[in-house]
Design a protein around this ligand. Structure first.
Ligand SMILES: [Zn+2]
Length: 318
């Protein structure tokens, strides 16, 4: 009887600790959209194969795309401080080729802080606005967390030396990468990365997952322009697979279009509320994700995330 009791207790502890671990991961991602509090480790990174020469490494911050070309490896995003070295270790399991290029989708800590862990010879490419923002590592609006200024600590190593304004093509044939800029959304420097031969797109955090995005006005982001920027992304031709900033699986270009509509619903509701004289507080306290998006797998935002996005919308809807 006592043995049974001890066994039962052990099972309970196991179940509890597993669910606590799952719980800790989910809110850490939701709240900070990053690798959060988890200690950096190779085990914290998982590899998903998208194509024979394209992989996603998840964990430790934003989703990292690994594109293997004839001349070397191009990475899209390099995760949070401390995760650069584990990322390098995981890469060795995929390919012996060296990393030659890093593309950062935007300036946030959980997408760029791994950069200085790579050799200084690696070419770092970003949108021109992101190149201006990265040396500053400003707070993310609504989170007030800039991470640390890894670039200052590394005497500028890992900062972009090549930038683009609207479009940039790198490489050719099967190695080709197209970079696009469509305007303000998550920040004022969101790059969209297309691998044309593979029909794959990486959106960064302009499409993080099926939830309310960060609208980081500290880094030039916008609520009002978010839907139109995403609509242009959704109109990109010949895309079968979409790697998002933080989702645990790949999505589709139809999901990008739906995400544009999701953000448009929020902005339209905010505009109507403000013009009818509703207060910021009242709108932030009452807005809910419309049912059709809940049916499509969308999550309700936290009160903090919603409040900060309503603040951004209210500033812009003057
Ligand atoms: Zn971000």
């Amino acid at each position: 009887m006592q043995r049974l009791y001890i066994l039962g207790t052990l099972v309970m502890i196991l179940v509890l600790s597993t669910s606590i671990a799952a719980f800790q991961q989910a809110p850490a991602r939701g709240a900070r959209q990053g690798g959060g509090q988890q200690q950096p480790s190779v085990a914290g990174l998982t590899i998903d194969k998208v194509r024979d020469n394209l992989f996603v490494i998840r964990g430790g911050g934003g989703n990292t795309a690994v594109f293997i070309t004839s001349s070397g490896v191009t990475l899209v995003d390099t995760k949070t401080f401390g995760w650069g070295q584990p990322l390098i270790e995981r890469l060795k399991e995929i390919t012996p080729k060296p990393v030659t290029t890093i593309i950062n989708t935007h300036t946030h800590y959980d997408h760029v802080e791994g950069n200085p862990d790579f050799p200084a010879t690696v070419e770092v490419i970003t949108h021109e606005n992101t190149a201006k923002l990265m040396p500053e590592m400003r707070d993310v609006y609504g989170i007030q967390n800039a991470g640390r200024n890894v670039f200052r600590d590394a005497n500028g190593r890992g900062l972009p030396k090549r930038t683009f304004k609207n479009e940039l093509t790198i490489g050719s044939g099967p190695d080709r990468i197209d970079l696009h800029y469509f305007g303000r959304a998550h920040t004022e420097g969101d790059a969209f990365v297309v691998f044309p031969a593979l029909r794959v797109l990486h959106t960064g955090d302009a499409f993080p997952n099926k939830g309310v995005p960060i609208m980081d006005i500290n880094n030039g982001g916008s609520a009002v322009e978010f839907p139109a920027t995403l609509a242009k992304v959704g109109a990109l031709p010949a895309i079968d697979v979409v790697i998002t900033g933080h989702n645990a699986t790949t999505l589709t270009i139809a999901d990008v279009r739906e995400y544009s509509e999701f953000n448009r619903a929020f902005v339209d509701d905010a505009r109507a509320a403000k013009s009818s004289g509703q207060t910021l507080e009242a709108f932030a306290g009452s807005w809910k994700v419309p049912q059709r998006f809940l049916d499509a797998g969308y999550a309700q935002p936290t009160a903090e995330r919603l409040r900060s996005n309503v603040e951004v919308a209210w500033k812009e809807l003057n």
